[in-house]
Design a protein around this ligand. Structure first.
Ligand SMILES: [Zn+2]
Length: 368
């Protein structure tokens, strides 16, 4: 029997309000007891954590489970029908073992069976909204752990088959992902069966021209990936590559506005019901970016540097540029801002330190 992965994600700070660690959501007691628990006890903690991460998804139809992660790892949505489940998106590779435990816990919970470690509901498939590293980084680990096939956006099929790390944006952003293979694809216009419900597969360009979102008309639910969050949306990567992205994001937001949606299950952050409010904020942010593309580029560079530090946790300032040698998207973003790469990195890290997102310790830059 393999060891149970620790829930710790190296963001160890107790939130006095909830009494839980902000990173792993364990209580101080659960953290203290972890090392002395047997595998069954540790899995019981994982079960509690999967439920805590699903709190904003309370009241979803019975076949759906929402698992809220963080910025480094995208959220999971589990759809259960009979004794089979499908998971949408799998987080970042660094958290792959934790994603496996969260999905396993949700499968066991769904079966109403808290005993034993053979889930009565089996994971029958993985579906990705898009293939940014924070959405497909657990694909390989989950496929191994649960022996299940992977379905990806059809537009990314050739990139995955060739494992083209540039086209997949993993290399161009300094991000990591374990290689996986797919066995099926989804395209706009397709139907997806998830959690006993029918979902329409729709294109949501802007953040990623190949991204899909899933809409369930009957329940007025939207799985929005990074096209719409409660506060904004993901960086518009095409714009950083010299391709139009603002128009794609406008189209994605207009598409969502025209759909019956009462609840959004986003790629990052909690599930939310104030869809009109989120759309209004997203349209306003998009207008501001479009009227000043440098503003978007500055925002994007800060997002990418923060993401890098969430992954690496610490990096020597002098070696950061070397680490990012192949990160052409970040280099082009610096050019859009009107700085050379070294100056742009210094500017972005300075801003992030000032905002408390990063810490400087001598020659080291650390995640905060
Ligand atoms: Zn993304």
């Amino acid at each position: 029997m393999e060891a149970v992965a620790s829930p710790c994600v190296s963001r160890c700070r107790l939130d006095p309000g909830t009494g839980r660690c902000v990173g792993c959501l364990r209580t101080a007691d659960e953290i203290a007891a972890w090392g002395s628990l047997d595998a069954a006890g540790q899995r019981a903690v994982w079960s509690a954590l999967a439920r805590r991460r699903g709190e904003s998804g309370a009241g979803l139809p019975p076949g759906l489970r929402f698992i809220e992660r963080d910025w480094l790892s995208a959220n999971q949505i589990l759809g259960i029908e009979g004794n089979e489940a499908i998971v949408v998106d799998t987080g970042y590779v660094k958290h792959a073992a934790q994603t496996v435990e969260l999905v396993r816990a949700a499968l066991i919970d769904s079966a109403g069976d808290l005993l034993g470690d053979a889930p009565a509901v089996r994971l029958a498939g993985i579906v990705n909204t898009h293939l940014h590293s924070d959405h497909c980084g657990g694909n390989a680990a989950l496929a191994r752990a649960f022996d299940c096939p992977i379905t990806i956006p059809a537009a990314s099929a050739a990139d995955v088959a060739a494992w083209d790390r540039v086209a997949l944006t993993h290399a161009t952003t300094g991000q990591r992902c374990e290689r996986f293979s797919h066995s099926a694809t989804l395209a706009p216009g397709d139907r997806l069966r998830l959690g006993g419900l029918d979902w329409q597969v729709l294109a949501a360009p802007g953040h990623d021209p190949k991204s899909l979102v899933f809409h369930c008309e009957r329940e007025a639910l939207l799985i929005s990936a990074d096209a719409l969050w409660e506060q904004g949306f993901g960086v518009l990567f095409p714009e950083l590559d010299g391709e139009p992205g603002f128009a794609g994001q406008q189209a994605a937001l207009e598409l969502i506005s025209a759909l019956p949606v009462q609840r959004v299950l986003p790629g990052h952050g909690r599930a939310f019901d104030d869809v009109q409010g989120a759309l209004a904020r997203a349209f306003a942010r998009l207008d501001a970016m479009r009227s000043d593309p440098r503003r978007h580029a500055r925002h994007a560079l800060k997002v990418l540097v923060k993401f890098l530090l969430l992954d690496l946790e610490r990096v020597e300032v002098d070696r950061m540029r070397e680490t990012l040698r192949g990160a052409s998207v970040m280099q082009r973003t610096a050019a859009l801002i009107g700085m050379d790469f070294a100056a742009a990195l210094a500017w972005a890290t300075g801003e992030l330190v000032e905002q408390g997102q990063l810490r400087r310790d001598g020659n080291w830059l650390l995640d905060a």
